[in-house]
Ligand binder design. Structure first.
Ligand code: ADP
Ligand code: MG
Length: 275
């Protein structure tokens, strides 16, 4: 069974029903890593949020999202909460907003551990410290007793990875998990994710082709809510078909472009406003 089967997913916002995601279809097999690439506003985050049932109330959703065979679209919030706890979790771009600033990091991770391991023998705090070690914290006890603003950006992102994985989800949605970090820390967190996402399915949202290449097998290229191209990441980078994908690949190789080269924008690939 596929972890995810998405068909004809459409998400529109507000009374004017402006379309953010347009008839999106894809499947994600067990243990597979799928990237979604596209520039800002192309519908990547909206897609990720839909997978975990976290879209805001003004979102109109049609189509189907089967998570482990269970329909997410139209499911009551109470049941979505249970799925979020057990089967899917999300790593957000901004750890400072995803973590509660008023609560020690250890307690936040402990709450996730407590929810999912009611029958465990060991103490919750022991398991929290184990998770902090697993995500590469050098001083896990101290980190557990810290508040989020006492940690560096990289440490906060590691804490968020621990929190997302502590319930052992089969599917992890990562939305630009390294975008807010400097390049060295970004590399460390990508290495960490590469290890920690093993054995799970993951959907990895990024505007950065190089980042997606490091962690994903396949990729969907989104432009204004639609998939314009999809396939194995290496094939796409070697031989992009759609002009927009070609522009993304060229932008990732900006070092080869003479200074002052204008990079194309989404507007260059669309024929005016949509109906
Ligand atoms: P990105 O690819 O940068 O992650 P998003 O998925 O965040 O893009 O956004 C896609 C489109 O949906 C954008 O046009 C955005 O303005 C719109 N959108 C996202 N969230 C909302 C919301 N809560 N209300 C209205 N429009 C939204
Ligand atoms: Mg986004």
């Amino acid at each position: 069974m596929n972890r995810l089967e998405v068909s004809e997913l459409t998400v529109a916002f507000g009374r004017r029903r402006s379309v953010a995601v347009d008839r999106l279809s894809f499947t994600l097999a067990e243990h597979e890593r799928l990237g979604i690439i596209g520039q800002s506003g192309s519908g990547k985050s909206v897609t990720g949020l839909a997978m975990i049932g976290l879209l805001p109330e003004n979102a109109h959703v049609t189509g189907s999202i089967l998570l482990n065979g269970q329909e997410m679209v139209g499911r009551p919030e109470k049941e979505l909460r249970r799925l979020r706890g057990n089967e899917v979790s999300m790593i957000f771009q901004e750890p400072m907003t995803a973590l509660d600033p008023t609560m020690r990091v250890g307690r936040q991770i402990g709450e996730v551990v407590a929810l999912h391991h009611r029958d465990r023998r060991g103490g919750i705090q022991e398991e929290v410290v184990e998770w902090l070690e697993r995500v590469g914290m050098t001083d896990p006890e101290r980190v557990a007793h810290s508040y989020p603003d006492e940690l560096s950006g990289g440490q906060r992102q590691r804490a968020l990875v621990a929190m997302a994985l502590a319930n052992e989800p089969g599917l992890v949605i990562c939305d630009e998990p390294t975008t807010a970090l400097d390049v060295i820390v970004q590399r460390q967190i990508l290495d960490l994710l590469d290890v920690q996402l093993r054995g799970r399915a993951s959907l990895f949202v990024s505007h950065d082709l190089a980042v997606v290449r490091q962690v994903c097998d396949r990729v969907l290229v989104m432009l204004q809510g639609r998939v314009v191209e999809s396939g194995r990441i290496d094939d796409i980078i070697e031989a992009p078909q759609h002009p927009y994908t070609r522009a993304l690949v060229a932008a990732a190789r900006i070092g080869n472009h003479p200074r002052g080269t204008r990079l194309p924008t989404a507007a260059d690939f669309t024929e005016g406003p949509r109906p």
